[in-house]
Design a protein around this ligand. Structure first.
Ligand code: UVW
Length: 319
């Protein structure tokens, strides 16, 4: 029998740290509790130049946005435009004002977005021990709203793994660990301090946008891969939030067991680490490489989607 036949998330994570109850039985923001006012001030104090970078990817693009298998790209419809006034469907407002209105529909889990802590679970239990049945018909526990109300604000550190490995983007299924993050940070001359918001660049979102990678059958993206030591490191470092330029923030399958999205279980469900996915990090990374400064003020707030599993975001990084 192979490891895949016998292994489950319950078994794999039996000895991994867990923060359920640590911030109280009702907590729905998890490791964001580490982002105290002191951490916000630490983030502000790291600003040197005032250069700003917005980290959201374009959505509802003409060619169709890259989305995780099983989802489909956002669609954008014009509801009112000049043509509608010309053909008599719309009439100017009293005084002569005309307008353009539009409608976008799409997954909250597509484009740059933050995941609710209850977005994924196993053993019928979400973050903090909330029952999986609380997702029925809309998230009544650990949805995106509490995270959206809190915001994700503090000192951000960019770890540019792609540049460190001398490539424009990591390959399909290429992995790295927390040890690689630390080695890369050392090479960049920046410290991953406790409570830093961790931004990790793989170049993947850029490669998808450029068409050198695609989301197709047997999709397997590069990223961090599970080990107990990695989970303990996130816990000990009190990392509040993980931001990457991949669709799901981790390599799709854990190579040894074949289990899928293990860090969604180990970090999000068990430790309450807030995930922001599909961030656009290439411009920020180029600036960091130019001035050798990889830290700054990070500020993000997902959309306040009522009972949502996630919310789109356009995080801002200020150096
Ligand atoms: C998946 O659900 C696969 O990824 P995300 O965390 O983006 O929603």
């Amino acid at each position: 029998m192979s490891a895949t036949d016998t292994m489950t998330l319950r078994r794999l994570l039996a000895d991994a740290p867990n923060r359920w109850g640590y911030w109280g039985a009702e907590d729905e923001i998890g490791a964001l509790n580490y982002l105290t006012a002191d951490e916000v001030k630490r983030g502000l104090a790291s600003v040197r130049h005032g250069r700003t970078f917005t980290l959201g990817v374009p959505i509802a693009t003409h060619d169709g946005d890259a989305v995780f298998p099983g989802r489909w790209p956002a669609k954008h419809f014009m509801v009112a435009d000049k043509a509608g006034f010309e053909n008599g469907h719309w009439h100017p407002l009293p005084g002569g004002l005309e307008f353009a209105d539009d409608y976008v529909n799409g997954f909250t889990q597509a484009g740059t977005h933050c995941d609710a802590l209850g977005h994924m679970w196993f053993d019928d239990t979400l973050w903090n021990g909330f029952p999986a049945s609380s997702t029925n018909g809309g998230m009544t526990r650990a949805g995106i709203m509490p995270i959206a109300e809190r915001g994700i604000v503090g000192r951000g550190v960019l770890i540019d793994i792609a540049r460190f490995r001398g490539k424009p983007a990591l390959e399909r299924a290429e992995t790295f660990t927390h040890l690689d993050l630390m080695e890369c940070a050392r090479a960049q001359g920046v410290e991953i301090l406790p409570r830093s918001i961790l931004l990790v660049r793989t170049g993947w979102v850029g490669a998808l946008a450029a068409g050198s990678q695609t989301v197709g059958e047997n999709y397997w993206e590069p990223g961090l891969t599970f080990s107990l030591d990695l989970v303990r490191w996130f816990d000990e470092m009190q990392i509040p939030s993980l931001v990457t330029d991949t669709l799901a923030n981790e390599t799709t399958y854990e190579p040894e067991t074949g289990l899928m999205l293990v860090l969604h279980a180990a970090l999000m469900r068990n430790l309450g680490v807030v995930f922001t996915e599909m961030a656009s990090l290439d411009a920020l990374a180029a600036d960091c490489a130019a001035d050798r400064r990889y830290e700054g003020f990070y500020c993000a707030g997902p959309a306040k989607v009522s009972k949502g599993t996630g919310g789109s975001a356009n995080p801002v990084f200020i150096k």
